[in-house]
Design a protein around this ligand. Structure first.
Ligand SMILES: Nc1ncnc2c1ncn2[C@@H]1O[C@H](COP(=O)(O)OP(=O)(O)OP(=O)(O)O)[C@@H](O)[C@H]1O
Length: 279
């Protein structure tokens, strides 16, 4: 669905954001895109929808060169940036102006989401709080029923019940034909939703793996004392003892701890990279 082939990109000559980056994303998954501040998550999402173009290599989205921004591509993707402009009009008016760009937009579905988020469609957009605006845009984006959904930090600004509603709605729309990519720092909000992780680190993809494969190769545990060996890749102390990330040599079942994995990647990127055989 999305292929980045040997992509290099920089906003200025001084600093490259991506160097020879390769990545393929398939339909049927909810991808979690992680990386430190400035790692390039937003830039990658923008590239996938053609808002920035690689200076070398190629980015193909739904079979088309993304940077061409062809109408046939634009009607099949929806990008929700972290910050967005809201015109001064009622929600209903906004929808009647923007929905026609998306052939599969479903107005009833949108109204169901608004109802769930307790937002009145007669409200003026400018009168809404940041979190309420975000909920309108999330509901609108999902109701476009595009093949590709790109959400940049969608749970930022959402209250606790809304985060749960967001997870539930996302899980309900995921299907074999759709590709959902969510960039986030709020790993706890989305841990149960994401089924494939992409971690950006130092201008490249450090991990690109299905959650099932990650928990096959890595074990996530909390222990009272850390023994010296045991294939421990990374450990950090917590209130309950030590959270450890280790090679899953015994093929134990454990639950993915995205925060621990992310911290492990920051501290020992090469070990993780080696384990997952990426270049
Ligand atoms: N419009 C721009 N002009 C110049 N440099 C930019 C621009 N946008 C981003 N950058 C730089 O590109 C790099 C990647 O930025 P990007 O916003 O993609 O990172 P990010 O991973 O989304 O960060 P965050 O987690 O803070 O949102 C950063 O070093 C940033 O300073």
């Amino acid at each position: 669905m999305i292929t980045l082939n040997d992509v290099s990109f920089a906003y200025s000559k001084k600093k490259e954001v991506f160097s020879n980056l390769n990545l393929t994303l398939e339909p049927g998954s909810i991808y979690g895109l992680l990386g430190k501040n400035g790692a390039g998550k937003t830039t990658l999402l923008k590239m996938m929808c053609g808002l920035v173009a690689p200076y070398s290599g190629s980015c193909t989205t739904l079979g088309e060169k993304a940077a061409r921004k062809s109408p046939s591509l634009m009607r099949e993707l929806f990008f929700l940036p972290e910050e967005f402009y809201m015109p001064d009009m009622r929600i209903n008016k906004f929808v009647s102006l923007n929905a026609p760009f998306y052939p599969a937009f479903d107005l009833n579905q949108f109204h169901r989401y608004l109802d769930e988020f307790e937002i009145n469609p007669d409200n003026r957009l400018r009168s809404l709080s940041y979190g309420e605006k975000k909920k309108v845009m999330i509901g609108f984006g999902i109701a476009t029923n595009t093949k590709l959904l790109l959400f940049d930090e969608p749970t930022n600004g959402l209250d606790i019940p809304s985060k749960r509603q967001f997870r539930r709605i996302m899980a309900s729309i995921a299907n074999e034909d759709k590709c959902i990519i969510i960039s986030t720092h709020q790993v706890r909000d989305l841990e149960t939703l994401i089924d494939h992780l992409v971690i950006l680190h130092n201008n490249r993809i450090l991990l690109n793996e299905n959650v099932g494969v990650i928990t096959q190769k890595l074990c996530f545990k909390t222990v009272q004392t850390v023994a010296n060996d045991q294939g421990i890749i990374y450990s950090e102390s917590s209130l309950k003892g030590h959270n450890i990330l280790l090679k899953n040599a015994e093929q134990e079942d454990s639950q993915l701890d995205m925060e621990l994995l992310f911290n492990g990647v920051q501290h020992c990127p090469e070990k993780i990279n080696h384990l997952f055989n990426l270049n």
